[in-house]
Design a protein around this ligand. Structure first.
Ligand code: G6P
Length: 615
C-alpha cells in the first residue's frame, strides 16, 4: 500500500516521477504528491485523489529539478486530503519524506516532539518521522544519514521511505523494513531510481538492487550507491538484472487493465506450466521446489496462508492436494493465523500464496511459521518480492505484471501452479493410477485453448450482465472445488461493482441465505458436470421455487440446467479438478461488464489497493 518513487541524476525528475506514480497507482490512489529540489529550494506539490489530479494541479507550473521524490497514498492515519498527502516537510522545509508503511509508535514520538516545540500539520504517522529526523539532526549535530539511522532505531513498525534534503542536493536516502523498495542503477553509476517495485524503473535501467529489511541506501550522484543497515554495518549491494518488459505494463489496446489481464489468461496459464509439464512424457515438476520435495512428501500437513483472492486459490488447492496426493491440507487467513498462537511444528510445511509477495499479514504468518520450525515455501507472482526472498524455496506463477486491482490472471496462475504441485506430489506418492495421472496432465495442457473458447463468449456474457447491473445483492453457489470459485466470483463482483455479493457452498444455502431469495436476487451457480452435479441441480430447483434468478455456468451440451436457468454460460468440458481454471473466467467477465455498466472504475475500485503492505 502506497507507492513511492524517487529520482536523482541529470534528467528532469518531474516527468519520471509522474510516470512512476501512474505505474504505482495500483498501490493506492487517495492522494499523490512530489517534492523536487530546484536551485536550492525544496518545492512540494500534493493533491488529494489520483495522480491525474496532481498532474492537473501542476499544469502550467514551471517545475524543474534533477532530484525528486513522489508518493501515491492509500490512507491509514488521517483521511485522504491535501494536507495528509505525502511528501511531508520538516518545519523549516529543509527535509521532505515519503513513506509506505505504518509507524506504530508515532503517537509517542509525536507527543514528545510537540513538547519540544514541533507543530504538526497533518494527522499522519509519517510527519512524526520527518520531525524526528530533523530533531535528531539538530540536537545531535550529526549528518542526515546518521539522523535517519537514529530515527529508525527508535521507530516501531513498517516502512519504506525516501528522504530528500536541500542541504544534500546530491543524494537521496532510502530505507526499508517490511515494505518493499528497489534501487535502479542508471547511467555511469551517477543516476539512480528508487521505487516500491520495478515498474517505474524498467524503461531506464535493468540493473536493480532489492533492499533487505533494516537496510539504508544512500544514492549519491558523485559517490554512487552505498548500503548499510540500521546498526551501521556495511552491506554489499547485490545487483540483479530485471526481467520485466515495458509492454507488460501497458493496456495494449484494451480499455482497461482488468480486461487485458482477463484476456491474457490463455497465455499466462500456458506460461505458468511451460517447462514444468509435458503430458506426452508424463512429466510434471516445479523446479523451485525440487530440492525440498522430500519435506513436502513427508509433511504431516501442508498449511496454506494467504489473503483475498490468493486465499481462494489455496481453497482450490485443498481439494486438489487432499484428493490427488492424500496429504492433509489446511488453509488459513494469514491475518488470523498469525494472531492465533497456531500449533505448528517442524513436521509442517507452510506455503504462502501471494500475487504481490508483499502482503504484510502473509509475510508475518510465514515468519511465525519459520520461528516455530516449519519449512516455509512461497508461490508468488512478483519476482524478487519479499515473500519470495524470505522463503526456503518456492515457485513463481509467471503471470506477468497484474495492474488491475481486482486479481484475475494471477488467480488462475496460482491455481495452475497449485495444480502442478498436487500432481507432482501425487506422482511421487503414487496415489493416482497412471492413466488418471496422464489424463489430468493432458487435460491441464488443454486448458489455455478452453479458456480461449470462454473468452469468445464475451459478448454473450455482456448481454447477461445487462440484466443484473441494477441488482442490490447477488449470491454465488458452487460445490467441491467450485465452492472457492463461487467465493472468488462474489469477491470480484463486490470489489469492482459495489454490489453486495456472497459466495456459499451450494448445500449451505439452505442454512440461511435461502431466506434472502426473491425475484430480485440473481444466483450465480457453477453447475458443471461432475460428482455433485445432481445435488447442484436440486439446489437450483430450490432457488427457482422461490423465484430467484439463476445464471448457471454449465458444461457444453448440458440440457438439464438449461431448462431451469434464466441464463446459461456454457464452458468446455474438463476434468472435475480443473473446472476452477475455466469456470472462473465467465465470472470475471460478468463482474467487469456489470461494474462498467454501473460507471465504476474497474481498474481502481474505491478504498482498495493491490498490494496490502499494512496489516
Ligand atoms: C488485496 C488485493 C487482492 C489480493 C489480496 C492479497 O486485497 O486487492 O487482489 O488478492 O490483496 O494479495 P496478494 O498480493 O498477497 O495476493
Amino acid at each position: 500500500m502506497c507507492g513511492i518513487v524517487a529520482y536523482i541524476g541529470k534528467k528532469e525528475a518531474f516527468p519520471i516521477l509522474i510516470k512512476g506514480l501512474s505505474r504505482l497507482e495500483y498501490r493506492g490512489y487517495d492522494s499523490a504528491g512530489i517534492a523536487l529540489l530546484d536551485s536550492g529550494e525544496l518545492n512540494l506539490y500534493k493533491k488529494q485523489g489520483k495522480v491525474a489530479n496532481l498532474v492537473e494541479f501542476t499544469n502550467g507550473k514551471n517545475i524543474h529539478g534533477n532530484v525528486g521524490i513522489g508518493h501515491t497514498r492509500w490512507a491509514t492515519h488521517g483521511e485522504p486530503n491535501d494536507v495528509n498527502a505525502h511528501p511531508h516537510y520538516s518545519m523549516d522545509k529543509r527535509i521532505a519524506v515519503i513513506h509506505n508503511g505504518i509507524i506504530e509508535n508515532y503517537d509517542t514520538i509525536r507527543e514528545e516532539l510537540i513538547k519540544r516545540g514541533y507543530v504538526f500539520k497533518s494527522q499522519t504517522d509519517t510527519e512524526a518521522l520527518v520531525h524526528l529526523i530533523d530533531d535528531i539532526q539538530k540536537t545531535e549535530k550529526v549528518e542526515l544519514i546518521e539522523a535517519v539511522r537514529h530515527a529508525l532505531q527508535s521507530v516501531i513498525g513498517a516502512y519504506a521511505l525516501v528522504v530528500i534534503s536541500k542541504d544534500h542536493p546530491n543524494q537521496l536516502i532510502a530505507a526499508r523494513k517490511s515494505s518493499p523498495l528497489v534501487v535502479g542503477i542508471g547511467e555511469d553509476n551517477s543516476e539512480f531510481y528508487l521505487a516500491s517495485d520495478a515498474t517505474p524503473i524498467v524503461e531506464y535501467t535493468n540493473q536493480v538492487v532489492y533492499l533487505n529489511d533494516e537496510e539504508i541506501a544512500v544514492v549519491d550522484v558523485n559517490e554512487g550507491l552505498r548500503i548499510t543497515n540500521i546498526a551501521n554495518q556495511e552491506k554489499t549491494p547485490y545487483i540483479q538484472e530485471l526481467e520485466l518488459h515495458l509492454e507488460a505494463l501497458e493496456k495494449g489496446g484494451y480499455e482497461h487493465f482488468m480486461m487485458k489481464e482477463i484476456f491474457e489468461q490463455p497465455r499466462s496459464i500456458h506460461d505458468c506450466f511451460r517447462g514444468r509439464l509435458n503430458a506426452a512424457e508424463g512429466f510434471v515438476q516445479l523446479g523451485g521446489l525440487k530440492d525440498y520435495e522430500k519435506r513436502l512428501l513427508n509433511a504431516k500437513r501442508i498449511v496454506f496462508v494467504a489473503c483475498g483472492t490468493s486465499w481462494h486459490a489455496c481453497q482450490v488447492a485443498e481439494y486438489l492436494i487432499e484428493d490427488l496426493a492424500r496429504i492433509n491440507v489446511e488453509v488459513e487467513y494469514a491475518s488470523e493465523f498469525r494472531y492465533r498462537n497456531p500449533i505448528i511444528s517442524e513436521k509442517d510445511v507452510v506455503i504462502a500464496v501471494s500475487q504481490s509477495g508483499e502482503t504484510a499479514d502473509t509475510l508475518a504468518a510465514l515468519e511465525l511459521a519459520k520461528a516455530r520450525g516449519a519449512s516455509i515455501f512461497g508461490i508468488c507472482n512478483v519476482v524478487g518480492s519479499s515473500i519470495s526472498r524470505i522463503t526456503d524455496a518456492g515457485s513463481y506463477t509467471h503471470a506477468g505484471p497484474e495492474i488491475g486491482v481486482a486479481s484475475t490472471k494471477a488467480f488462475t496462475a496460482q491455481v495452475t501452479v497449485l495444480t502442478l504441485l498436487a500432481l507432482r506430489l501425487a506422482y511421487k506418492k503414487e496415489t493416482l493410477s497412471n492413466s488418471r495421472f496422464r489424463s489430468l496432465l493432458t487435460e491441464l495442457e488443454a486448458i489455455p485453448e478452453k479458456v480461449k473458447r470462454v473468452l469468445d463468449k464475451n459478448e454473450l456474457i455482456k448481454e447477461i450482465a445487462a440484466h443484473y447491473k441494477d441488482s442490490a445483492n447477488a449470491l454465488y453457489l458452487g460445490r467441491g472445488s467450485s465452492f472457492p470459485v463461487a467465493l472468488e466470483g462474489a469477491l470480484k463482483l463486490k470489489e469492482i461493482s459495489y454490489i453486495h455479493a456472497e459466495g456459499y457452498p451450494a448445500a449451505e444455502m439452505k442454512h440461511g441465505p435461502i431466506a434472502l431469495i426473491d425475484e430480485d436476487m440473481p444466483v450465480f451457480v457453477i453447475a458443471t458436470k461432475g460428482t455433485s452435479y445432481e445435488k447442484v441441480v436440486s439446489n437450483i430447483q430450490e432457488v427457482k421455487a422461490r423465484k430467484g434468478k439463476i445464471i448457471a455456468i454449465v458444461t457444453e451440451g448440458d440440457t438439464q440446467v438449461k431448462e431451469m436457468a434464466d441464463h446459461v454460460i456454457e464452458i468446455p468440458a474438463t476434468d472435475e479438478h480443473l473446472v476452477p481454471l475455466i469456470a472462473t473466467i465467465p465470472l470475471q467477465i460478468l463482474s467487469y461488464h456489470i461494474a462498467l455498466m454501473r460507471g465504476c472504475n474497474v481498474d481502481q475500485p474505491r478504498n482498495l489497493a493491490k498490494s496490502v503492505t499494512v496489516e
